[in-house]
Design a protein around this ligand. Structure first.
Ligand code: UD1
Length: 427
């Protein structure tokens, strides 16, 4: 069992470099399947995180050659042969669902199970399936598997009921090799969609409109390999800024695209945090934390749901109450129970969390219920009196490269313990 032990109360100081975005890297790794050329797709700025290794295993099981080293992935899908994603690998990560589009486009058939991933409430895939059906896929269930097949995808006009990030990506990846033109209305506008568009176009695709709510994709016959640098991880950047702010420290995140964090910066400023931005840096400077009237998570360019829990940890310490509304995912408040074990004073009513503010956080034994919940508990631990123990840290390792070591370099008193014994017998 691996857990983190944090002694709170140390102001963080210094800078940290941010690597490529997990949520850009995962669909782009899937999109590498679309290249039939016997030459490597090269992806740079790749973080060494568990989700990358899991995705690498899945792609290898499909017949791709995949190598990782020095922040670079090399993928070759020339020999793609298998259209079934093994159930045990599929269960490990939700983002496997967007392998459906590219596998279907390359092989005309794909077999997957319902995806796994973080436990943050029901995460249906109806929009993915409807989109693929609109492009001419036949989809049916076979025991525990969802099977899709086609004798040739055809361009179509698709209206997404919700601007789902994953569904937009899945349909984009299928449509680039479809016959004719596809238009996706109400598409997601996240920076990761723009990165995927740029990658696909580098491979020879014809995609326009990413970053707006309407995407236009003209299908091409084949796609080849290319070299691409993944955009910086705005969620990782936001996490470090919040970690710095809760400790009253001064932290700079480097190698970021500040405009990707506009909504986050605005909310941090509303919460009294002093922020300075440079060309590719953002710094938090010491400020007096105060509560915010309403923070509502929204699709981009709104406040990202992935930073809701770290921001909640920060706001527990602010002077005055705050209200947080989670409008993207149901049941993404599992961290509240754990934060309250640290004396956070939060109550939940449906999708709304009410924070009393001015909480004197106290160290406790808590569990990371999902990736971002884990980040929130670590942030709270940095500002809590005495010792915080964060268990289930494997969730955090899915999306943060060496988070504990980077925080240590910034001055946190944080240690990773790997122990075969249970905590009760240990500490
Ligand atoms: C992606 C991100 C995740 C982020 C989320 C929202 C990746 C790997 N993950 O997840 O970190 O929190 O965007 O910014 O990029 N929905 C449906 N039907 C569908 C698909 C989605 O109802 O077919 C609903 C979901 O249940 C959820 C909402 O749409 O309530 C948003 O989901 P979506 O944008 O699809 O998120 P993901 O792509 O899963």
């Amino acid at each position: 069992m691996t857990f983190l032990i944090i002694e709170g109360g140390h102001a963080l100081a210094g800078s940290v470099k941010v690597k490529g975005a997990k949520n850009s890297m995962l669909p782009i790794m899937a999109a590498a399947i679309l290249s039939s050329e016997d030459r490597d797709v090269v992806l740079e700025n790749i973080p060494d995180i568990m989700d990358m290794h899991m995705k690498k295993n899945i792609l290898q099981s499909l017949g791709l050659k995949v190598d990782y080293g020095e922040s670079t992935l090399r993928l070759n899908a020339h020999d793609l042969s298998n259209y079934t994603i093994p159930a045990e690998l599929m269960r490990e990560m939700r983002s496997s669902i967007f392998l459906m589009g590219p596998i279907l486009a390359r092989l005309g058939k794909v077999r997957v199970t319902y995806p796994g991933g973080c436990s943050i409430g029901p995460r249906p895939i109806d929009l993915h399936l409807k989109g693929l059906e609109a492009l001419g896929a036949n989809i049916w269930e076979e025991k525990d598997y969802i099977v899709a097949s086609t004798s040739g995808l055809k361009g179509a006009e698709i209206h997404l009921d919700y601007p789902s990030v994953g569904a937009t990506e899945n349909v984009m990846m299928a449509a680039v090799l479809a016959h004719g033109t596809t238009i996706i209305h109400n598409a997601a506008k996240e920076p990761e969609i723009v990165d995927l568009q740029n990658f696909l176009n580098n491979m020879g695709a014809h995609v326009r409109g990413a970053g707006t709510e309407s995407l236009r994709i003209r299908g091409v016959e084949t796609l080849g390999s290319c070299r691409h640098r993944i955009i910086p991880d705005r969620i990782v950047a936001g996490t470090y800024l919040m970690a710095g702010a809760i400790t009253g420290g001064q932290v700079t995140v480097q190698d970021v695209i500040p405009s990707h964090l506009d909504a986050v910066i605005a909310k941090l400023q509303e919460a009294g945090v002093v922020i300075e931005t440079g060309e590719d840096t953002i710094s938090v400077l010491n400020g007096q934390l105060k509560g915010v009237e309403t923070l509502r998570t929204l699709p981009y360019p709104g406040f990202p749901t992935d930073l809701q829990s770290p921001m909640m940890a920060l706001l527990t310490r602010a002077k005055g109450p705050s209200t947080i509304v989670e409008s993207v995912f149901e049941a993404r408040f599992k961290h509240v129970k754990e934060l309250n074990r640290m004396n956070a004073q939060i109550s939940v009513d449906g999708r709304t969390a009410l924070l009393a503010g001015s909480a004197a956080l106290r160290g406790a034994e808590v569990s990371a219920t999902d990736l971002r919940a884990g980040a929130a508990l670590i942030i709270a631990g940095l500002a809590a009196e005495e010792t915080t123990v964060v268990r289930e840290i494997q969730h955090v390792d899915r999306g943060y490269e060496r988070l504990d070591l980077e925080l240590k370099k910034l001055g946190a008193n944080i240690n990773r313990i790997t122990n075969k014994l249970s905590l009760k017998t240990g500490i």
